[in-house]
Design a protein around this ligand. Sequence first.
Ligand code: ADP
Ligand code: MG
Length: 701
Amino acid sequence: MFASDLDTTIEFLKGVGPKRAEILQKELGIYTYAQLLNHYPFRYIDRTRFYKINELNPELPFVQVLGRITSKETIGEKHKKRIVAKFTDDTGTIELVWFQSLKWVDEHVMRGKVYIAFGKPTVFNGSYSISHPELENYPRVATATGNLTLQPVYNSTEKLKKFNLDSKGIQKLQSYIIDQYLSEVKETMPAYVLEKYKLVNRREAILNIHFPKDVISLQHAERRLKFEELFFIQLQLLSNKQFRELKFKGQVFGTVGEKVNTFYKEILPFALTGAQKRVIKEIRTDTQRGVQMNRLVQGDVGSGKTVVALMSMLLANDNGFQACMMAPTEILARQHYHSIVSLLNDDLVKVAILTGNSTKKERVILHQQLESGEIDILVGTHALIEDKVIFKSLGLVVIDEQHRFGVEQRAKLWRKNSIPPHILVMTATPIPRTLAMTLYGDLDVSMIDELPVGRKPIETKHLFEGQRLRMFGFMKTEIAKGRQVYVVYPLIKESEKLDLLHLEAGIEQMRYQFPLPDFQISIVHGKMLNKDKQYEMQRFIDGKTQIMVATTVIEVGVNVPNASVMIIENAERFGLSQLHQLRGRVGRGAEQSYCILMSGQKLSKEGKVRLETMVRTNNGFEISEIDLELRGPGDLSGTQQSGVLDLKLANLVKDQQILYEARNTVIEIFQEDPTLTLPKNAMLKRFIDKKARGIALDKIS
Ligand code: ADP
Ligand code: MG
């Protein structure tokens, strides 16, 4: 694309210069005119609304008042020198005060004249004043970017403000660019897309996002720019997918053979749920196409992902391939290994486990058996991606708990084959559809949104500190019935010392309530040695202890069907998805299970919503939607490293409709024109090519 005036270094803009340019770069990452234009207002002040002086109150942000300057005097000496004017309307009088630019104010602000004064009112001794108000003549004179009904408010910083680049200062720079260079703003989306979705052109959108003519124009500008933002994210994601599918062949799992059939017909002790069947079918379709599968399976704890993974691995085995399954922790890897071995008949396939704890001797044998193809299924931790591990023919990799494995680690696995294995990612952290589309938009997503029949929903109660004795009483009743109980404490880096104290105090109280030798307590927290942890956990799993006091280390991993009570201490301090994960540790056996959320009396508004939500529903997808609303996508677990979610305007909660439209548009475009060679898609092709070379979107317009 040709260099445009908008690529000019910001330093050369009227009113900037080298010093301010440096600050703009440092504080906002703005180097060019175009980048400044892409620094949108974060809100607008309604300048059609005039306040009467007797309506002012300290809560108001910015107001405008129509009135007359009735007096004006300079008072104070030296640095305390200031100009104070009385400003009056038919309901009262306030003071306007200036500490700077006194000469200008003295010459230009006229006594007896009517002005619109604009600023933040502050109150002192019951009377109001506005410091450094912005004064406008009345009636207003119309200009292109001046006569505003909606005044833009821009993010600024203390440093920027020191250089007069507060919101108002930035607004001024924006108006300089727009007055001179608006015609340089180029369209980025094909005309047929604009037409289909009734989107305004980019020039109009940029003008109205900064200086909206009225509310309607602002809405149109926002819609267009949000659409564009989401559209290009989807274009990128789906073009990656397209590219991968064109580039990477996939092993073909052509037949459903003896292993799958035997397992399904003779070994599997229950009927699959509809959701499990559907997902298995999706995987079956994926693995027949000759392109690499990249599928994410989301499903709540207990929804039965392991069986889906196992059947997929058997499918690989049936077609002459090995499969492996990676878990984020040793404990979880062992758990998977055991549940897979116990689901299978002894001689159906050969399953092995490899973790950081495998001895040298074990490894030598394992490596050999993997290379010879003797092992059909390998379960393990990160140890699996160590370079020494060589498979005879790896056909499928199942990754459990997606967000703990980085993209790079996944890529490492691929390098083990000339044709990469199919990838199946399993996550028990359900995320909202819109988030999945954005975060994992280059994967296919399956949802297991149905629990096996006959499960009793977990009953959840919220108790306050004052009701602690009730909780102990309940624990005793359940333990008397032969059940086991988890008690979980928060342990957070920032408050680690205090948290450990709480944990210790809690354990002491527990020992007092549940004395030896009748009651045995396991204690597990992140500060313990691995082997001690495992020992304590094992005692609980074996039923030798009735209570497990733990920090969140048990969040993933443990499966103890006899444990039917989950008590979460300081529950208000946990995030929703974490609470939901913890609750998922119970409800795995035949007994009715319970979750008790303990909290202090005082709750934040958000904390209250979280606990109420937990009490109301067990549905992980519903919970994730509320989590997204409460916290925004940036804080949801697993999303932290993703730059995808630095959305400027679009909001994954409020703009779902636009997201669906944008994604569908891109899907349709690739269906019609997979390589983007049609002339009408030329600008999209350029975007993808530039992206591939690492050039930012705002340099492309
Ligand atoms: P997840 O990994 O999704 O949390 P699991 O795969 O560990 O869930 O399954 C939880 C439990 O439910 C296991 O004991 C499993 O054997 C059982 N299970 C799985 N699918 C079904 C089903 N369709 N009907 C009955 N029980 C099932
Ligand atoms: Mg599982």
